[in-house]
Design a protein around this ligand. Structure first.
Ligand code: ORO
Length: 310
């Protein structure tokens, strides 16, 4: 079985979409709900709906993707209404709503909206969007992350996880884990895209997306080693009550297996879901099951976090 739990909530398997992919509106979210994905997470909802950055703002490469969407979304209220409706129809399934404010006051307002709506699922607070011109990635400002979590947990009692940017320095893993361990977080999600890469069309000598003169978040094959390092670094450092969702470079059952081996309790698929569509969840689940069968593993806990060292 590839079943898992996040905060004692059960999921039939451990694979779902990454926020931003196939989750913009009811139509896309319904397709995920009907697929073999364990759950879905919405696009990060903001206080007001947003059109996002000018197009083209997403480009697929042989090895992955580059995006500078700029948080186009329908507004948090839309997602809460929809997910609460879906939840009523599927009382045994659990869902995630992502949200992101442009400052801590907005984060508090968003969570008040979640609370008022009666949402019973899990909230993912996105601290890592790399694509809003002029706005730094919150996750790289350690003092601000500490202050946001302090304020948010004074105001919100529901299940809450955070989406983090990738870190690249051992001292940063130490410092961020120390901050995260102070709070009653349900989970962390590592990683968001690697911010501000540049992909170039050599023949045209030109960038491939319009916003920010071509700079954008990198996903796909490029980022799997970074994602695995972040999952495992936090698995080593976080209190065991804080679970990990692994995101980054997942396109085969083997990639799912590696994320879980590094300590993830659940995984999310972004770039490969864009490429393949929601039928990918059936394939990934089958491929993970085949690997587990061949290794004699019956459940995720047989190998979760059990990465061996030399
Ligand atoms: N893109 C990403 O890669 N990550 C985010 O959190 C948000 C966006 C976007 O909307 O541009």
């Amino acid at each position: 079985s590839t079943a898992t739990k996040i905060a004692q909530k059960k999921f039939d398997n451990c694979i779902m979409n990454a926020s931003g992919v196939w989750c913009y509106d009811e139509k896309e979210l319904s397709a995920l709900d009907k697929s073999e994905a364990a759950s879905f997470v919405t696009k990060s909802g903001t206080l007001e709906s947003r059109k996002g950055n000018p197009k083209p703002r997403y480009f697929e490469t042989d090895l992955g993707s580059i995006n500078s969407m700029g948080l186009p979304n329908q507004g948090l209220e839309y997602y809460l209404n929809f997910v609460n409706k879906v939840q009523e129809q599927n009382p045994n399934k659990n869902y995630f709503v992502s949200c992101t404010g442009f400052n801590v006051q907005e984060d508090v307002l968003l969570l008040e909206e979640v609370k008022k709506s009666g949402f019973k699922g899990i909230v993912e607070l996105n601290l890592s969007c790399p694509n809003v011109p002029g706005k730094p990635q919150t996750g790289y400002d350690f003092e601000t992350v500490d202050m946001i979590l302090q304020t948010v947990f004074e105001n919100y009692e529901g299940l809450l996880g955070v989406k983090l940017p990738p870190y690249f320095d051992i001292v940063h893993f130490d410092q961020m884990a120390k901050i995260l361990n102070k709070y009653p977080l349900t989970y962390i999600n590592s990683v968001n895209s690697i911010g501000n890469g540049l992909y170039i069309d050599e023949e045209q000598e030109k960038v491939v997306i319009k916003p920010k003169n071509g700079f954008g978040g990198i996903g796909g094959d490029y980022i799997k080693p970074t994602a695995l390092a972040n999952v495992h670094a936090f698995y080593q450092r976080l209190d065991s009550r804080i679970q990990i969702i692994g995101t980054g470079g997942i396109k085969t059952g083997r990639d799912v297996f590696e994320h879980i081996l590094c300590g993830a309790s659940m995984v999310q698929v972004g770039t490969a879901l864009m490429k393949e569509g929601p039928s990918i969840f059936r394939r990934l689940t089958r491929e993970l099951e085949a690997i587990m069968r061949s290794k004699g593993y019956e459940k995720l806990s047989d190998f979760k976090g059990k990465l061996k060292y030399m």
